[in-house]
Ligand binder design. Sequence first.
Ligand code: CTP
Length: 421
Amino acid sequence: MSASPPDLTGRHLLLGVTGSIAAYKAAPLVRLFKEAGAEVQVLMTPDAERFITPLTLGTLSEREVLTEIFPENEEGSWTKHVTLGEWADLFVVAPATAHTVAKLARGFCDSMLTATALSARCPLLVCPAMDREMYRHPATQDNLERLEEMGYAVMPAAHGELASGLVGQGRMPEPDAIRERSAEMIDRAEQSTAASSASFGDRSLQGESVLVTAGPTQEPFDPVRVLTNRSTGTMGHALARSAARRGGTVTLITGPTTLAPPEDVDVVRVETAEEMNQAVQAHRDTADLVFMAAAVADYTPAERSNTKLKKGDDFVLHLRRTPDILKTVGDHKRSGQILVGFAMETNDAYENARRKLEEKNLDWIVLNDLTEEGAGFGPNTNRVTLLSRDGASEDLPLMAKSDVAEAILDRVLSAHSEKAS
Ligand code: CTP
């Protein structure tokens, strides 16, 4: 989860709520959207009103909730679904029942929600919530697939305890994750509009293959305990997202994080340094650019118990070194490949970073000096220094990590195209 909420100021969101027990989660979702600055219009199906009242959602959204296409006593307002469809930047259906998913997949329009979905010109995000067997049913799976073929985004239902008492896939994704995904979709839609008018020029990644690592690794020493670090994965995810927006074919190899996967990025999830190493080495030769933003554990427990270790007297854990993934990539660097590493330092920052750049055969290194305010793992901002192989260095100001990612790509790609010309 990102530390600060995404900025949705002035964005217009339609939230479709249908008759699932998860409808109660629509209330915190509306609050999260509003907190991010969005205007929210809630559309409910008649069945949704059995689970949460229009009064609740209307109060939270500060707009009257709409349900019927032909409301009583409102002559002449039946074209609202068309105007709403034009008004919205994004239409989120959460929770989406099996019934509504089926209707959306086949173009039924028997409520304000389904009619507006047909009229909408904006991207649609569907977040299913239903019982395990209904979710698994081939009819539902077919309908969800059809939605994706139609260009809708579908967030897979989460795994966990269901209202029926069963455990399985069928829970509505958490409101936080839905907001994150919504912000990404809006961002992406805006970017692609912008990209069609103003291209990235020599800082485009069209036709290039990009490999990014992100997040911490987790090194288990029994089934319940791990050694890890405080990395959130935000910097690596931001780089992968920016690279994809510039037209790159992006693979993101990430350790455990709670971040939503960036759009249009091939995500490989790993847990340990060893797994990350295997995944990176398997992808390294096809990559034109490699960004190693992961905070890889340097040590892993020498032994892993299959059963939970019981407490006793003082306990000594024997650790052994993990492979230096980036150094291996550097040792095998092919001509023309660009290698960017990261360094996190608390003392002799420049000297250490430059030494890592040399030793690991990098073209660039992004230095986080932890003694500088704002640098490092925690918040959604970062302050970094960029060092290049030919001796240049640039201190970037404190910026959002998404802007740091853009700045890194801008510098690396401009220098590359200068050299090539
Ligand atoms: N890295 C890696 N494999 C490791 C450790 C680090 O690929 N086992 C990569 C990181 O992703 C980063 C760079 O190497 O891009 C530098 O990581 P950092 O932790 O700063 O340095 P280390 O090489 O681990 O050196 P030290 O811990 O001694 O500072």
